[in-house]
Design a protein around this ligand. Structure first.
Ligand SMILES: Nc1ncnc2c1ncn2[C@@H]1O[C@H](COP(=O)(O)OP(=O)(O)OP(=O)(O)O)[C@@H](O)[C@H]1O
Length: 395
């Protein structure tokens, strides 16, 4: 799929803007802080329903405005549709497809975008929550139904935690708390589905990650990745505990056994101590964890590799064609060889959008259809020529 036309109203630093894009490479060029990433963010919003930079919607709306509108004409081969989202500062957001209303949560069914940005370094260097967010975003992109399972799990977890907290405050022991079992059943049913889906996806990422990492880093060692399940005894959230490598059996049985083992500790702390909310994606290079050991360049290559591996998986499975690949501010970080190798990796996607402060940072293979951005406006080279010509005629 590709974006053919993007229109913004009161989005970030754009009062109003229209951008035409083409299949293949597109480049957003401009000095720092002019609005290149904002354009990329607007396109990705349809796929991720949020920003890669902030967790709330308010910053999407231009200062002083009440709502932002992003409209995009998307083409899948010869078919095209118009998607629109209105991000409201107050009240719920609204969405439309070809003019008809739909729930904003449905938008990702029409748009697949993989965006890599410098913030993605947090996937490898940040807390486990950043890695869970990464894997969950990809899960939802591949299987939109899982968005509901994940949010139901979070709701049940909050309710179970509230019960544990109030039991702790009232000095109630586990065997006196019969309602806990009801919440255990719900937590296990939803949680086991989340754990299994994340583990399976982690396994699927291995081969494309190895391929992408080798291509970017030019390295001869293979990255390793594992889904560390807190139900197996490790506590990735607290960085403690040994994994029980022999852990087998049904995930739900394992989850139930782990909850039983931790019951007293959970009542002591008023908190659910095992489950997918405490799992982690463990990344290793040369047998060492990436977090805390890998160099800046290795961490960067790993984060980029994870996004490119995601794009490969989406491309292999999606009914929508290739995902749109957006590389925000990536080339300035890479040496010439790595730039060329990365360009080679993404060059055959249906549409690739890259941003850079200066054109020479972008490999020649991707230097097509340049969109210049200046202070929240799209600079149209033809238009500026016309204005000058008209000015001189008038004069
Ligand atoms: N809600 C908003 N209202 C008005 N301006 C905003 C809003 N959100 C962000 N901006 C402005 O947008 C600009 C940042 O744009 P963006 O992040 O797209 O820059 P960029 O061109 O990608 O720069 P860089 O090359 O530094 O990454 C900043 O000047 C910021 O103040």
């Amino acid at each position: 799929m590709i974006v053919e036309q993007l229109s913004l109203v009161d989005f970030r630093n754009y009062a109003a803007a229209d951008v035409s894009l083409q299949a293949g490479p597109n480049v957003f060029v401009g000095r720092n802080g002019q609005g290149k990433t904002n354009l990329a963010e607007a396109i990705a919003y349809f796929a991720t329903l949020g920003s890669h930079r902030v967790s709330t919607d308010a910053p999407m709306v231009r200062r002083g405005a009440d709502a932002a509108i992003v409209r995009a004409r998307l083409a899948y081969g010869t078919r095209s549709i118009v998607l629109e989202v209105q991000v409201n500062k107050q009240g719920a957001n609204k969405a439309r497809v070809n003019g008809s209303s739909l729930r904003p949560a449905e938008l990702p069914r029409y748009a697949q975008v993989v965006l890599f940005a410098p913030e993605d370094l947090q996937i490898v260097r940040g807390d486990p929550s950043a890695r869970r967010r990464f894997i969950d975003q990809l899960l939802i992109q591949r299987t939109p139904r899982l968005a509901g399972v994940l949010s139901d799990y979070d709701r049940v977890l909050r309710q179970r935690n509230a019960l544990l907290k109030s039991a702790r405050a009232r000095g109630i022991r586990g065997d006196q708390l019969s309602t806990l079992e009801v919440w255990d059943d719900k937590l296990i049913a939803l949680g086991a589905e989340v754990i299994d889906a994340r583990s399976a996806l982690t396994g699927e990422l291995a081969t494309p990650l190895t391929h992408a990492y080798a291509a970017i880093a030019g390295a001869d060692h293979e990255p390793e990745l594992d889904w560390a399940r807190s139900i197996d005894g490790a506590d990735p959230e607290e960085g403690t505990g040994e994994m029980d490598a022999a852990a087998g059996g049904l995930t739900s049985e394992r989850f139930r056994a782990a909850l039983a083992t931790r019951r007293t500790a959970e009542l002591d702390r008023g908190l659910t101590l095992v489950g997918p909310h405490r799992d982690d994606l463990v990344l290793r290079l040369r047998g060492l964890p990436v977090k805390g050991y890998a160099s800046h360049g290795e961490s960067w290559s790993m984060a980029l590799g994870l996004r490119l591996a995601s794009a490969e998986l989406l491309r292999a499975q999606s009914m929508l064609g290739d995902p749109i690949v957006i590389l925000d501010d990536v080339f300035a970080e890479l040496d010439a060889d790595r730039r060329e190798r990365l360009a080679g990796l993404v060059a055959d996607y249906e549409q690739v959008i890259v941003t850079a402060a200066v054109e020479p940072d972008i490999p020649t293979a991707l230097r097509a259809h340049v969109v210049r951005v200046e202070a929240g406006t799209i600079v149209d080279p033809e238009l500026s020529t016309n204005i000058t010509e008209q000015g001189s005629t008038d004069g």
